[in-house]
Ligand binder design. Structure first.
Ligand SMILES: [Zn+2]
Length: 285
């Protein structure tokens, strides 16, 4: 596989098999971990996987019960944490594009907060469900890479989508075209610096790339974009969660101060579950 990030063609197989039933390779130069031995193999495998993927199990229930499920409340907490994380960057910027909104909860929550929202989603079942729920916003069926639209967006949002793309480098270039000069891109992906998360990413998910903070930062910088912030977050362990809930109940503003992104906490170790990165165009003063 020629590395999509640094262009090196030297890589090693680090897992012989994966969820997508093809090997996992690591670039010997920039260390990016990819699914497959070539882009062609990855592309063919992902297309076949997504052609057969229909919402089942908890995702189907989440749509049928309109997010009143465990998965729905997980998505709600995740969005709240991401929203607070990006809050200082919102300014007057309210024109938002979400790539891969899935069941569309984030689009609806942003719309409730007064944002003007657009989604691009490949799965037509999700698209119909989302358009049924949005009041002013709309969701377009298709791929962001093919999006032909004259609008510029202040915010481009990718929550747990970026790790499933075959050519994330090309998507970053497309995002750069769609982004207004003062806008920003927010991306959240699993933190594969954590061996447990890498294992899940390889064996339980249809992930095309398995990022660490460093490999993600390299990819973004190679595509001529500037990083505002890139950090890893872990979930609360049970005892911290209980303590935090008590503080939250009695001292809500203190709780916000000591733990602004509950139920997630920043980490510098290899116990993160999620990388959050905020990106902007270069040379913006
Ligand atoms: Zn590389």
């Amino acid at each position: 596989m020629t590395c999509i990030s640094c262009g090196s063609s030297s890589n090693s197989i680090i897992f012989d098999n994966s969820f997508l039933e093809i090997p996992i390779t690591q670039c010997n130069s920039c260390k990016l971990i990819a699914t497959g031995e070539s882009i062609e193999q990855l592309d063919k495998t992902m297309k076949k996987y997504y052609a057969n993927a229909t919402p089942v199990g908890e995702i189907k229930d989440t749509i049928d019960l309109d997010h009143k499920t465990n998965h729905g409340s997980y998505l709600m907490n995740l969005w709240k944490s991401h929203f607070d994380y990006c809050f200082p960057l919102f300014n007057e910027s309210k024109n938002l594009l979400e790539i891969g909104p899935g069941t569309g909860l984030a689009l609806r929550l942003f719309e409730n907060k007064g944002f003007s929202v657009t989604g691009v989603e490949a799965n037509s079942k999700y698209v119909d469900f989302i358009n049924d729920k949005l009041i002013y916003g709309k969701c377009i069926q298709g791929f962001a890479e093919d999006l032909k639209i004259n609008t510029k967006f202040d915010i481009i949002w990718l929550s747990h989508v970026f790790e499933h793309l075959v050519r994330p480098d090309l998507l970053l270039q497309k995002c750069s075209e769609l982004l207004s000069n003062n806008g920003f891109i927010f991306i959240a992906v699993p933190d594969c610096q954590n061996p447990k998360i890498l294992n899940q990413s390889v064996f339980d998910n249809a992930s095309s790339y398995h990022y660490t903070k460093n490999t993600l930062k390299t990819l973004v910088e190679k595509n001529n974009l500037e990083i505002i912030k890139c950090e890893s977050y872990r979930e609360f362990v049970r005892i911290e969660g209980r303590g935090q809930l008590t503080i939250k109940k009695y001292f809500p503003s203190f709780s916000k101060q000591i733990c602004p992104f509950y139920p997630f906490k920043k980490t510098d170790g290899d116990n993160g579950i999620e990388i959050r990165i905020q990106i902007r165009k270069k040379n913006i003063s």
